[in-house]
Write a protein that binds this ligand. Structure first.
Ligand SMILES: Nc1ncnc2c1ncn2[C@@H]1O[C@H](COP(=O)(O)OP(=O)(O)OP(=O)(O)O)[C@@H](O)[C@H]1O
Ligand SMILES: [Mg+2]
Length: 480
């Protein structure tokens, strides 16, 4: 969220709030506002705005003036925060213009010479081994990527690693939140903005930014790269190519796929095995996260044996995904754990409304999965939906059988399945022959909901029912 005068602006969800009420402005006006915000107080020329906001059309200048007037109207008493620079363009006054953002360092004037990490992050639960491994990875490689499913905790681990790596990067640790960048065009601006580099947006390039910070011993955290993956990969490549002292730590639902990238898969938190009891349940990180979150809302959240048992069950059914666990804990604190367990099948209806201040993408389980689903191509989406019928995983043959009616070739299905695995929506259980795949329970529930919404549920159930018969007739031994 960015505050300008009385307005609270989310670049991620493109929403504006005034006194907790949503305020509507046109999408062009919002584009202009986003450009001005990303320019961090520097001039954005009229040409630049017109080129960026109307990329395929030549527009009259008064069009621009109309939209700027609409923005000023939305700002009300703070209308003067948008300054007209006569004959040139516009700039947004920063709230603290007189307080320079920069710090002097041995390496020169570097705006990011301190740790620029989001404040107010709650304590990390578990993950000690992974954090140590990733810190080690930053010694061995220059681009380290944390990959994993949505809400699994990639950003949280990256923040921990960045916080612990500050000694190694005396010129600073810079956090670049790409989730709020609406498209690849703005990724460079986000990076330049986070580094405090002030160049006209039209002149920005990865190489230019890399040259600006040459020689600086910096760790750059590119957070949530998946929706601007090509731009993020190019930025990481360019910055590390010319600067041997710079490292990039990226988080993404998909790998950057650049040379020498060191990948770490972020797994679910530990969940208690089926028959565990008491202390064994309490020692797992998923349960500890659940209880910590529930107790921030209800400090007396039940700790009797049955409640602990049910908490373990919920964490297991949510596959140890921290975001799902946080949403569930918030519900349980209000409704009681028994009610939550009874309604967990309707996870998309009940796992909504988490903690105040979190990203819109994290406010509901559905929004978290929508974000991944939107990034798929049509074949991947179809395959994901139809794979939702498999409760205990599936083989490649079973996947082909499910989407046979769609007329995809085997190569297309291979590509789509590979795409779903690399985008962390399908898990490949390595070590089995033939290979087996599965969906996390929440992803599966999402796929089934999508089948329903597309009117395909019945056809998928019929195709699924036909599969075991075929499987029996095969010698491959594929089982569902
Ligand atoms: N180990 C942990 N300890 C405490 N909180 C955690 C932990 N892991 C994750 N969380 C919390 O769970 C939520 C989701 O985590 P996070 O944002 O890191 O997920 P993500 O993998 O980056 O998701 P996305 O793919 O949507 O960006 C956050 O509120 C985060 O603070
Ligand atoms: Mg993240």
């Amino acid at each position: 969220m960015v505050r300008i005068g009385q307005l609270l602006i989310s670049l991620e969800s493109r929403e504006i709030q005034l006194d907790s009420e949503s305020l509507r402005i046109g999408s062009r006006a919002f584009d202009i506002l986003e450009l001005l915000i990303r320019a961090q107080g520097t001039l954005v020329s009229k040409d630049e705005i017109m080129r960026r906001v109307w990329p395929d059309t030549v527009v009259e200048e008064n069009n621009l003036q109309v939209h700027v007037a609409a923005l000023r109207k939305a700002l009300g008493a703070d209308r003067d925060l948008i300054k007209t620079v006569p004959g040139r363009g516009y700039r947004l006054m920063l709230a603290h213009e007189e307080a320079p953002l920069q710090h002097e360092t041995a390496a020169g004037l570097l705006p990011c010479a301190s740790i620029m990490l989001p404040a107010g992050v709650s304590a990390l639960i578990g993950r000690q081994t992974l954090v140590a491994q990733v810190l080690g990875g930053l010694n061995a490689g220059r681009v380290v990527t944390l990959v994993g499913a949505g809400g699994i905790g990639k950003t949280r681990v990256a923040l921990e690693v960045a916080g612990q790596a500050t000694m190694r990067f005396p010129d600073g640790v810079v956090f670049v939140p790409l989730a709020s960048v609406s498209n690849a065009r703005f990724a460079l601006e986000a990076l330049a903005g986070a580094l405090g580099i002030k160049l006209p947006a039209g002149r920005l390039s990865s190489d230019l930014i890399a040259a600006e910070i040459a020689g600086r011993r910096v760790l750059i955290v590119l957070d949530n790269c998946e929706h601007v993956i090509d731009a993020a990969a190019e930025m990481a490549r360019a910055m590390t190519a010319v600067n041997p002292a710079l490292c990039v730590l990226a988080t993404s639902r998909e790998a950057l796929r650049i040379q020498d990238e060191v990948l770490y898969h972020v797994p679910s938190l530990d969940v208690p095995p089926d028959a565990s009891l008491g202390d064994e349940i309490l020692q797992t990180s998923a349960v500890q996260l659940f209880l910590a979150r529930a107790r921030t809302i209800d400090p007396c959240f039940s700790s009797d044996e049955r409640s602990i048992f049910l908490t373990g069950l919920v964490c297991r059914r949510l596959d140890g995904i921290p975001l799902a666990i946080e949403l569930a804990a918030a519900r349980a604190a209000v409704l009681g754990i028994e009610v939550l367990v009874d309604h967990l099948d309707e996870c998309f209806r009940i796992l909504t409304g988490g903690f105040r201040g979190v990203l819109p993408r994290h406010q509901t389980l559905k929004a978290m999965l929508d974000w991944s689903y939107r990034l798929l191509d049509d074949t991947e989406r179809t395959l994901l939906r139809w794979l939702g019928v498999f409760l205990n995983g599936f083989s490649f043959d079973a996947a082909c059988h499910m989407v046979a009616a769609h007329g995809f070739s085997q190569t297309e299905i291979l590509d789509a399945l590979g795409g779903l695995v690399s985008k962390s929506l399908v898990i490949h259980d390595s070590g089995t022959v033939p290979s087996r795949y599965r969906l996390l329970a929440t992803t599966r529930a999402y796929a089934l909901q999508q089948l329903e919404d597309n009117g395909e549920r019945k056809a998928a159930a019929l195709a699924h029912a036909a599969w075991p018969v075929l499987a029996h007739q095969r010698t491959s031994g594929s089982i569902l």
